[in-house]
Design a protein around this ligand. Structure first.
Ligand SMILES: Cc1cc2nc3c(=O)[nH]c(=O)nc-3n(C[C@H](O)[C@H](O)[C@H](O)COP(=O)(O)OP(=O)(O)OC[C@H]3O[C@@H](n4cnc5c(N)ncnc54)[C@H](O)[C@@H]3O)c2cc1C
Length: 432
């Protein structure tokens, strides 16, 4: 194929999950599609998702997905109706990648390899006839009289001309997180330069720094604990699940799920704290009764031994330090005020949040191209004709659980479909 042969029907910028689905769907509908990726390989980020296992979607019904998405989940209704979890699973199975559904309805490739998902999608895109060009960094968009007409590719490439003409463009350049994978916010700059509003960009699904931090407990992962978020002294929700002690604070699934609100509150200069309930299954009265029973039965034991019965080993020294207890001293030290302090530490271990991980560590970007400037029926820009957006570049993000990738897949599919239809013009004769 002669890549100089212009114009293309659809040019897609970014070969992440959103761009791949957009390009594949547009080509499936008969469009001549060029997919430009600035990195060496398509879908760098997808290949490292889910700790290398790719939690590609979630089998909860549509309403369940919407509950996990911010800031305007209803925006996604049409995209999810066009292409949802079962469609994705079917597409991958047809490409020879069976899937497996695990706890919490999370879906993974049965092989446990994110790499398989990425390779299968790239193969599917190629099979639809899409031309994928790597090492092609788009520098800016070409817009004439308010309509997209093409784009400029940086440097000189033997594969694509400096200026690419196309009837329609789809921006699927991702957000700002994990910039080493290629997601450096280029599309956000193109969007802003062409008159789109950008909602404030903040790292999300990210670890937090706390005071105190308990570095001696680093690496300890607690299951079935509850974290509560406090903003300016007022409780703003709880999350049940896993929490992990790090060198500087806390991480783990329940921390990540609270992180969006934490980062936003900190950016607004508010006082943020979290409390950790190590025994959420027991109310204070039940826990107190159990503690008194243990103390009574084991008065001859050391403090350390008694605490070991109540806590993971890595927290025993932490508790002794906070409560000023001698671990080798008698458990009988734990009485009166110390007993009340121990109870409150078990139910409400308090941390001031002093910071959070940056873009290099955040799993997603909160904020992005304002949804007010995008039509949810087809992902078309309301500011520039023939221009479409898909994936994390948009002001949409979700909790962990496979929801972020499904957003990328669904918005990509819908944008590809709409762009193909637009490029075909009046000759369009319906979807196959
Ligand atoms: C470590 C990690 C683990 C994750 N795990 C999960 C998970 O298990 N489940 C889940 O649902 N979500 C997960 N996510 C989130 C998910 O990966 C993203 O939400 C998703 O990849 C967004 O897809 P996208 O196509 O919009 O953008 P991206 O995947 O960011 O892709 C954008 C592409 O555009 C390219 N690009 C950018 N600018 C240009 C340009 N100027 N010219 C050409 N190309 C350009 C980039 O190189 C990149 O390939 C994880 C994220 C991270 C960082």
């Amino acid at each position: 194929m002669n890549l100089d042969e212009s114009p293309w029907d659809v040019v897609v910028v970014g070969a992440g999950p959103a761009g791949l689905l957009a390009a594949g769907r547009a080509a499936m509908l008969g469009a001549r599609v060029l997919l430009l990726e600035k990195m060496e390989k398509p879908a760098r980020k997808l290949r490292i998702t889910g700790k290398g296992r790719a939690n590609i979607t979630n089998m909860r019904p549509l309403e369940g997905h919407l509950q996990e998405i911010q800031p305007e989940p209803r925006f996604l209704r049409q995209a999810f109706q066009a292409f949802f979890n079962r469609d994705l699973v079917a597409l991958l199975e047809a490409q020879g990648v069976p899937t497996r559904t695990e706890r919490g309805e999370r879906v993974f490739p049965a092989s446990g390899l994110a790499w398989d998902v990425a390779d299968a999608l790239v193969a599917w895109v190629r099979a639809q006839g899409v031309e994928i060009v790597s090492h092609a960094r788009v520098e800016r968009l070409l817009i004439r009289e308010g309509t997209f007409t093409g784009l400029v590719v940086a440097g000189k490439s033997s594969k694509v001309p400096h200026e690419v003409e196309a009837r329609c463009g789809i921006l699927a350049t991702g957000g700002l997180s994990y910039p080493a994978t290629g997601s450096t916010g280029d599309g956000l700059r193109f969007a802003e330069a062409s008159g789109h509003r950008i909602e404030p960009l903040l790292p999300s699904l990210v670890r937090i720094d706390t005071r105190p931090a308990h570095p001696t407990a680093q690496g300890l992962t607690l299951k079935n604990v509850q974290l509560a978020l406090w903003i300016d002294g007022k409780k703003h929700g709880t999350e049940f699940g896993e929490a992990e002690f790090t060198a500087k604070g806390l991480a783990g699934a329940s921390v990540l799920r609270l992180s969006r609100r934490i980062v936003q509150a900190m950016a607004a200069g508010r006082k943020v704290e979290v409390t950790l309930d190590l025994k959420p299954a027991l109310d204070v009265a039940k826990l107190e009764a159990r503690l008194l029973r243990d103390l009574d039965a084991h008065r001859d034991r050391s403090c350390g031994q008694l605490l070991k019965a109540l806590l993971p080993a890595k927290l025993v020294d932490v508790f002794c330090a906070v409560l000023v207890l001698d671990p080798s001293g008698s458990a009988a030290q734990i009485k009166g005020t110390k007993q009340r302090q121990l109870l409150s530490l078990l139910k409400e271990m308090r941390f001031a949040v002093t910071g959070h991980g940056g873009w290099e560590e955040a799993i997603v970007t909160a904020g992005g191209v304002s949804l007010k400037d995008i039509d949810p029926r087809d992902m078309a820009s309301r500011k520039v004709g023939n221009l479409y957006f898909a994936g994390e570049v948009l002001d949409l993000d979700a909790n962990t659980g496979g929801y972020n990738l499904q957003i990328a897949f669904s918005t990509g599919w819908l944008a590809g479909e709409a762009a193909a239809r637009k490029a075909a013009g009046p000759s369009w004769d319906g979807l196959p």
